[in-house]
Design a protein around this ligand. Structure first.
Ligand SMILES: NC(=O)C1=CN([C@@H]2O[C@H](COP(=O)(O)OP(=O)(O)OC[C@H]3O[C@@H](n4cnc5c(N)ncnc54)[C@H](O)[C@@H]3O)[C@@H](O)[C@H]2O)C=CC1
Ligand SMILES: O=C(CO)COP(=O)(O)O
Ligand SMILES: [Zn+2]
Length: 341
């Protein structure tokens, strides 16, 4: 569990104090993304250098095992004793794995409320066989500056909400697997994941305003969902068939959707296949401003259909509704339902 969680306006200003309090002594590696380094990364860099911290910076690319190895070498060469990860989900996940492998600490500084990996002890790594979920270091501290996050494009916040709404089907899939395959379940992780999604949906109209209050609500939900994953020791409470669909979609149409956006559509589809209230999932996503159809993403229905049918190729050991022998006809009906008025 993180030792320090700071969420609020100008929270970035507290980073030097947090590091000093932690008694960290030695070079610090600041990891950021291509875009985020130019804005928030540089701001954090200046803050730390003004306070006399010995700082090295690095830019993270796509999260693959090769990229993780590359960053590990950079961190080792710098003799860094702490990583400060400033960016979106990719940057934070990379820092998590690198710090776990090198046994050093890291601080999570999300620049967008776009994913629930802000606090979790898992990381999602892209491989040729699709995304794999690997054990990683949870952050020692989280610093979420609501002012900074509120300036990120609304699309990113909506994606974060969709990543939380995905908990609804992730839970259904976990329960299904528990009943059918005997997979162990954690009631605490499951309940926390469910409540998190329910609170988020209850606040959907506030989130739609897209101000710092909205950011505050979403960051709390992302944190809570991450903790559910840490309790479970797996991403199971927040990643079911809708995530398998999303990871497959990312393979079939790279870059067409943000992670959370694909998960949101996967949640409608998964809920439809479960025979649950998929319309209310779609309603919440619409209210928040997340995409709900393939055409919203600029991809064809056929690609979406293939992602439904091939979702089971991702992480085959994780049993979900997408692994129950979905026929082409059933998949077509599910994709068609996305457009239903
Ligand atoms: N470890 C875990 O438990 C979880 C991991 N993830 C992983 O996280 C990643 C998805 O996270 P995302 O943040 O959606 O992807 P991302 O890190 O690729 O960021 C998406 C885009 O947002 C931009 N961005 C970030 N902050 C910005 C800002 N303040 N202003 C303007 N642009 C900004 C980035 O430059 C990038 O282009 C995936 O790799 C996913 O698998 C997602 C959920 C949970
Ligand atoms: O995205 C996640 C939860 O939102 C977890 O990632 P995986 O789907 O890779 O386990
Ligand atoms: Zn996710």
């Amino acid at each position: 569990m993180p030792r320090n969680v700071i969420v609020g306006h100008d929270a970035l200003l507290q980073i030097p104090g947090i590091i000093a309090d932690l008694g960290i002594n030695g070079p610090i590696m600041l990891l950021s993304g291509d875009t985020t380094m130019k804005t928030v990364g540089t701001k954090v860099q200046n803050l730390l250098q003004e306070q006399g911290f010995d700082l090295v910076t690095g830019i993270v690319g796509r999260i693959t095992y090769d990229e993780i190895k590359r960053i590990e070498t950079v961190v080792q060469k710098a003799h860094a004793v702490l990583i400060v990860a400033v960016g979106g989900g990719r940057v934070i996940d990379t820092a998590k794995v690198v710090s776990y492998n090198l046994d050093i600490q890291f601080i999570s500084v999300p620049t967008a409320a776009s994913h629930d990996g802000i606090a979790s002890s898992r990381a999602s790594v892209v491989t040729e066989a699709g995304n794999v979920s690997v054990a990683a270091q949870p952050p020692l501290a989280i610093v979420a500056d609501t002012g900074v996050i509120a300036t990120a494009p609304h699309r990113l916040l909506a994606a974060g909400c969709a990543d939380i709404i995905a908990n609804y089907t992730a839970i259904l899939d976990w329960e299904l697997s528990h009943r059918l395959t005997g997979e162990p379940i954690s009631e605490y992780a499951l309940t926390l994941s469910k409540i998190t999604a329910e609170i988020l949906v209850k606040n959907a109209s506030l989130i739609a305003h897209y101000d710092e209050t909205a950011v505050w609500i979403v960051v709390k939900a992302l944190f809570s969902s991450g903790i559910a994953m840490s309790i479970a020791g797996s991403s199971r409470p927040a990643s079911g068939g809708e995530h398998k669909f999303a990871h497959m979609l990312e393979r079939l149409a790279p870059g067409a959707a943000l992670h959370g956006e694909a998960c949101g559509i996967g949640t409608i589809l998964g809920m439809y296949l479960h025979g649950g209230d998929w319309k209310s999932i779609r309603h919440s996503l619409r209210l928040i401003g997340a995409p709900t159809t393939p055409s919203d993403l600029g991809i064809s229905d056929e690609v979406c259909l293939q992602a439904v049918l091939r979702a089971r190729e991702i992480r085959p050991e994780r049993f979900t509704i997408f692994d129950t022998g979905v026929t082409r006809e059933a998949a077509e009906a599910a994709v068609k339902a996305l457009y239903e008025v």
